[in-house]
Design a protein. Sequence first.
Length: 130
Amino acid sequence: MNKSANPSVADEARDTYRKTVAQFEELARAAPETMRDLATKNLAQTQDFYEQSKDAFEGVLDSWERTFGAAGRGAFALNRKVIDIAQRNINSGFDLMNGLVGAENLGKAMELQAAYWRKQLNTLMLSRGG
């Protein structure tokens, strides 16, 4: 092997490495924004679908309440409470996802997640009378 060829091979390898690193860094800067845009669009579409479904579901519940009369009112009230709790949880999840989509770094995302769980646990404790 020719020793004079080694420096040019090493230089070429270093140059290739630098170019590859630069390409990865560029991709890393572009990917989070692209992913954030995609997540924002998907979240908005999901929220719109949920809101449209919620309105239709409310109509079905109102119809059932009128249909079943007095005998079913107790069961209906319980079902309504369960549905209200589920809707609050869904809305809370959407709020969390909106925050996570906009989080600038992992630390902010962790803070949002911790705040979400504190709120959920606090709500649970209040509902249990504690």
